[in-house]
Design a protein around this ligand. Structure first.
Ligand SMILES: [Zn+2]
Length: 299
């Protein structure tokens, strides 16, 4: 668990973009240790690169969008969650469009494709962010709290005055919660919002194939929900994907209520400002010696 990881070989993925509704080709390639996840827009002159780090988040409306100069990449969170699930630290993600394909609105198909190609352990140890003090954030009805912990523990609750949602919650505990318990939970939206977005030229690729869609009385998808509390499970999925933009795993206990990508981004900023980056050294860990402090700064 201490070694950095990359993909064993190239993964090629074709799918539609949620907003453009157009076909997108994505290629995921191995990278050396300490590279991180790097998105590359191969359709733009010079193939600009955008690191998958919180500092490059330029928009959190509807999805998490990264950007640097002219290059933007939207809807990175579900793919980032799949990387998190497999512990992949280093990879190059080439895209010929401005968004990651939406797949089925969850992380599971990305996770399976990466799992199939395999994960390679690298000759470099991982660093982790260790939170040093409690931080909290409130944004209207949304709030998040993070406290120091020896492992990542995220609870998310959602609350909507709708018969299919109501109040529901889900908890992810690192090392105990399997990816299958939340990885196929889909993004969701209300029919009237989806229609409004389409009028604005957004969500053109949105359909019952890649989201749970609700009208005033219930779920429109013929197959219904994948889990009774699919909405809360998807919040945890989104949070894990957004927090993967820390660049290194986080050790903290996090509670989220009615959160969205904006709250995740803001809370992550607070968490990183209150954390130290420590290197987990295999030898010293085996000897149960204290962790060596590497750097105390936000990325
Ligand atoms: Zn999502």
């Amino acid at each position: 668990m201490l070694a950095q990881r990359t993909v064993k070989d190239i993964v090629v993925w074709k799918g539609i973009g949620l907003h453009s509704g157009r076909q997108v080709t994505m290629r995921i390639l191995p990278l050396p240790p300490h590279s991180g996840i790097r998105f590359v827009r191969t359709d733009l002159p010079g193939s600009p690169e955008v690191p998958a780090l919180a500092d490059y988040v330029v928009n959190t409306r509807l999805a998490t969008t990264l950007g640097k100069a002219q290059a933007v990449i939207s809807t990175v969170e579900h793919l980032m969650c799949a990387f998190f699930g497999l512990g992949i630290d280093n990879a190059r993600v080439e895209l010929d469009a401005a968004e990651v394909p939406i797949s089925d609105g969850s992380s599971m198909e990305f996770y399976r494709a990466l799992q199939e190609i395999g994960v390679e352990y690298q000759a470099a140890s991982r660093k982790v962010w260790q939170l040093q003090k409690r931080v909290e954030l409130k944004m209207g009805e949304k709030w998040g709290i993070a406290e120091p912990s020896s492992l990542l523990d995220i609870s998310a609750s959602v609350e909507f005055d709708h018969s299919a949602i109501g109040y529901q919650s889900f908890r992810y505990l690192h090392g105990q919660t399997r990816f299958e318990e939340f990885g196929s939970a889909r993004t969701f939206g209300f029919l009237k919002e989806v229609e409004a977005l389409k009028k604005m030229g957004l969500a053109r690729g949105g359909s019952l194939d890649n989201a749970v869609v609700l009208d005033d009385s219930g779920v429109l998808n013929p197959g219904g929900l994948r889990y009774e509390n699919e909405f809360a499970r998807h919040k945890v999925l989104d949070a894990l994907g957004d927090f993967a933009l820390a660049g290194h795993p986080i050790q903290a206990r996090i509670q989220l209520h009615r959160s969205g990508h904006d709250l995740h981004r803001a809370l992550l900023g607070e968490i990183l400002a209150a954390s130290v980056l420590v290197e987990l050294e295999p030898r010293s860990v085996a000897q149960r010696t204290p962790l060596r402090r590497v750097r105390a700064a936000a990325i």
